[in-house]
Design a protein around this ligand. Structure first.
Ligand SMILES: NC(=O)C1=CN([C@@H]2O[C@H](COP(=O)(O)OP(=O)(O)OC[C@H]3O[C@@H](n4cnc5c(N)ncnc54)[C@H](OP(=O)(O)O)[C@@H]3O)[C@@H](O)[C@H]2O)C=CC1
Ligand SMILES: O=C(CO)COP(=O)(O)O
Length: 339
């Protein structure tokens, strides 16, 4: 039995805490809202984020940050990308001994263009960090809490640390693989949200399966191009955190990114869409970051550019699709001469 703290009591933090408690670990879930921590601790529910789910009775919760940090040898960061630095800065004050850090967030920071593990590395003292592992893959919280079969990847350059995380989470319905390609896993995880938003738009516009298949396939091509330019391994993009998570996000009614895109495609404004979804839509900030990263790396990312124009330049979604379709003709494989 390990002592583990999950920071962030939204849908994913709560679902992962449930997996860990069901695996008989001594798991403490931290919420920055006291009322929510009390609800989870006493009533064993989190009605706002996971309605109709009864949480395990051995899962405890707190809003006391110092207690949460002191409790654990392994800390899971499960807050949205935009809160990662703030939570790490809070943590720096209370960290007394070396711990293993796992993050499950899917985004890139605009302007700095940092991946999540890079932000954590920047914010925490290296002598108190055993390793930083990213846990990512096609995994909607709503299905994990129903124990529906889910597969996911734990990635770290130190493979021993990834294996430790695999052991913590693995059970009969939650299967964890390991990988050492942190860049590939983090880039796939973040960028699938951009394509998921675009897939929602295509569905909102009433376009069919052909357009969706095109988005998933050509989306994966541009994600891979960007990732490889940053040092990722090409094969990671055909795995769970690449193709796998793209399928889960682009085809699911659970996806907040897909939902947001769908409403945009039907004509809603971005502001109204974010209000209506009511949970984090990581793809919006990550579209800005990916757009900037593509320029920096001089990589062509036409779908990301089209989505950027819809979100931040008031281009009409239908017009953005039209612009994508009439681009200069191309070979399907950019490196076709080497095949
Ligand atoms: N939901 C899912 O199925 C999956 C989500 N993820 C990723 O996990 C990450 C978290 O997503 P998810 O749980 O779904 O998001 P939610 O929107 O469901 O919940 C976010 C949680 O983080 C809290 N929070 C926000 N800002 C802060 C802060 N500054 N300090 C402390 N807590 C904060 C929110 O509190 P409040 O209620 O007060 O707003 C809320 O409890 C995202 O990067 C997402 O992409 C990954 C895999 C699956
Ligand atoms: O990452 C997820 C599934 O793997 C959840 O996707 P959304 O954030 O779009 O809901």
């Amino acid at each position: 039995m390990e002592k583990i703290t999950v920071l962030g009591a939204g849908s994913w933090g709560t679902a992962l805490a449930m997996v860990l408690a069901n695996n008989n670990h001594d798991c403490l879930l931290w919420s920055h809202r006291e009322d929510q921590a009390i609800e989870i601790d006493i009533d064993h529910t989190n009605k706002r984020y996971l309605p109709n789910i009864v949480l395990p009775s051995n899962l405890n919760a707190t809003s006391d940050f110092e207690r949460a940090i002191d409790h654990a040898t392994t800390i899971i960061l499960a807050v949205p990308t935009k809160a990662i630095r703030e939570v790490c800065q809070q943590m720096r004050v209370h960290l007394k001994e070396k711990k293993l850090f796992v993050h499950v967030s899917k985004g890139i920071e605009p302007n700095s263009l940092k991946r999540i593990s890079e932000m954590i590395e920047e914010e925490l003292p290296s002598n108190l960090v055993e390793a930083i592992v990213v846990l990512s893959g096609p995994s909607h919280a709503e299905e994990v809490v129903l124990h529906h079969p889910t597969t996911i990847t734990a990635a770290c350059e130190k493979l021993e640390a990834a294996k430790k995380v695999q052991d913590l989470f693995m059970n009969n319905s939650f299967r964890v693989y390991t990988n050492d390609d942190v860049i590939g896993v983090e880039i796939g995880a973040a960028l699938k949200n951009v394509i998921g938003l675009a897939a929602g738009i295509v569905d909102g516009l009433g376009y069919g399966d052909n357009a969706k298949a095109a988005l998933i396939t050509r989306g994966l091509a541009e994600i891979s191009r960007l990732g490889i330019s940053l040092g990722a391994k090409a094969y990671t993009f055909s795995g769970l955190t690449g193709m796998g998570d793209l399928i889960a996000t682009c085809t699911s009614v659970h996806s907040r990114n897909w939902k947001a895109g769908n409403l945009l495609g039907k004509g809603a404004t971005l502001e109204n869409v974010l209000d209506e979804v009511g949970m984090v839509v990581e793809g919006v900030r990550t579209t800005q970051a990916a757009y900037q990263l593509a320029q920096k790396q001089q990589v062509s990312m036409p779908i990301t550019e089209a989505l950027y124009s819809v979100l931040f330049e008031h281009v009409n979604p239908k017009e953005a699709v039209d612009i994508l379709m009439i681009r200069t003709k191309k070979h399907e494989l950019e490196d076709y001469k080497t095949f």
